[in-house]
Design a protein around this ligand. Structure first.
Ligand code: GLU
Ligand code: ZN
Length: 493
């Protein structure tokens, strides 16, 4: 039997880590078994669905490079994949259940439902949900009242006094007392629209979904769905409720912990492959002793058996580490292309938004290898490379003075360094380093001490990308001008 799985979001907000994890696991599962991955929009709650959310859904997965085999945009044999476009189809299934005495009409208006809620609150009753009032209305009477146009919903008739058993791939055998299941949830609303429960079960059946991989928060709905499948006489898909995703404090991941929407990560300069790789590890393992996997490798290695029961902890620092790793995995040319927009918007080439001249662009491309190993984010580039594109401010004299030395010695070392610049700017970084080493030795200075005044003069900071590469990119003329400026300021200090 062909494996068919779906991601079935209700597009009410931005795609977040949890949703992406669900989608990704479904995708990987389908790919690992040569099955189909389907996108279905569960937009039956018309008041909460928004166009922006739908757009964000498409943008997100396009950016991540995760593609479905069937879905609203690509079509497929079970179209439409948008529930609101299928709304005419669900009513008949609800009526089928009514005819089989597995569902019933409920005529309670919102005033009555509010009243019960209020009464329970006042009496501090622990009961929640519907009080099953209309279960008692004789079927024939209910049918004629509905036929006469009395407003109604259709509710599932949960078989009381029984248990519902099903197997979850991850959690094992699950047994739920029916009396503890949401009391007779609405299947069809008074406007004829289905609720999540009805549309979800009917569509999973019609779309021949074989496995439902979804977040653990849906577990309480599953007994109800199983009851419905059995009421229809349909076989239910296999269920696998995915491990929760928590913040470091053990509470469900939320905005309190930090960014949760993919848009936020994207705007912060995360690479899609870093985010995907990290999210793929949230509650699953693939191969011992390895963290970095391409999407193709993940798809080959994914197994439900390798899901963890324990909740996954979302570690922002680890994600940052992944991002750095993926930055380093890009070729210099790819990285330059990817990073250029961040450099432009970060104001590397002039006021924010300034596009680079040809010379600036060449310098940018030449400079990226200097910082590639030190980046966690692409937006850090303007901060790290700024000194190559504009004159850094001259720091206070103390900054130039190596530990245990004094101003006079710093000036002396800087002058010695200045004398080497012309020769160094034309040679390889390794040769330049040899030259400096020799000069430091002759001057009786430690290499680091020798370089410090020069580094500060050229880059404006004690901590900078590699100095020799910087000299090479800036060229002798600019470097000497900066050194002279620094010398002037130090001699006046
Ligand atoms: N529409 C539900 C959601 O928003 C789908 C849950 C399920 O996968 O059954 O997550
Ligand atoms: Zn009722």
């Amino acid at each position: 039997m062909e494996v068919r799985v779906r991601y079935a979001p209700s597009p009410t907000g931005l795609q977040h880590i949890g949703g992406v994890r669900t989608a990704l696991f479904n995708y990987l599962f389908a790919r690992s078994l040569g099955g189909k991955f389907i996108l279905r929009l569960e937009d039956t709650d018309r008041t909460r669905t928004t166009d922006e959310a739908v757009k964000n859904l498409y943008d997100t997965f396009e950016w991540l490079g995760v593609k479905w085999d069937e879905g609203p945009d690509v079509g497929g044999p079970y179209a439409s994949y948008i529930q609101s476009e299928r709304s005419g189809l669900y009513g008949k299934y609800a009526l089928e259940l009514v005819a089989m005495d597995k569902a019933y009409y409920c005529f309670c208006d919102s005033a009555r439902l509010d009243r019960i809620r209020k009464e329970r609150e006042d009496s501090k009753s622990s009961e929640t949900g519907y009080d099953r009032h209309c279960r008692a209305v004789p079927a024939a009477e209910a049918a004629s009242r509905a036929a006469a146009g009395e407003p109604h919903v259709i509710r599932l008739k949960i078989p009381l006094g029984e248990k519902t058993l099903f197997r979850d791939h991850l959690l094992g055998d699950i047994e739920w007392k029916n009396d503890d299941v949401n009391p007779d949830p609405v299947l069809l609303k008074s406007d004829g629209f289905p609720t999540y429960h009805l549309a979800n079960v009917v569509d999973d059946h019609l779309m021949k979904i074989t496995h439902v991989l979804r977040a653990q928060e849906w577990l309480p709905s599953t007994p109800l769905h199983v009851i419905m499948y059995r009421a229809f006489g349909w076989e239910h898909p296999e269920f696998c409720h995915l491990p929760m995703v928590m913040g470091q404090d053990g509470k469900k991941l939320s905005k309190r912990h930090g960014s949760t929407s993919v848009d936020e990560f994207r705007n912060q300069g995360y690479l899609p492959e870093a985010l995907l790789n990290y999210v793929a590890l949230l509650g699953a393992s693939y191969e011992e002793g390895r963290d970095i996997f391409s999407l193709e490798e993940l798809a080959r290695l994914f197994r439900l058996e390798k899901l963890n029961k324990a909740p996954a902890v979302f570690d922002y620092k680890k994600l940052e580490w992944f991002n750095g790793q993926y930055i380093r995995l890009r070729s210099d040319a790819e990285l330059a292309e990817l990073a250029l927009p961040y450099a432009v918007s970060g104001g590397l080439f002039g006021p924010a938004g300034t596009t680079p001249s040809a010379a600036q662009k060449a310098a940018f491309i030449a400079a990226l290898p200097l910082v590639k190993e030190r980046l966690s984010f692409l937006h850090e580039i303007p901060g790290k490379l700024g000194y190559l594109f504009s004159e850094p401010a001259i720091p206070a004299a103390e900054e130039f003075i190596p530990k245990k030395l004094d101003l006079a010695r710093a000036i002396e070392l800087l002058e010695l360094g200045r004398a080497l610049v012309s020769a160094m700017a034309g040679e390889s970084d390794a040769a330049a380093e040899e030259r400096v080493k020799a000069a430091a030795e002759t001057a009786g200075a430690k290499l680091g001490d020798f370089m410090m005044p020069l580094r500060v003069a050229v880059t404006g900071s004690r901590v900078s990308p590699p100095l020799f590469g910087s000299l090479r990119i800036l060229g002798a003329e600019k470097v000497i001008a900066r050194v002279d400026r620094a010398l002037g300021s130090l001699k006046n200090a």
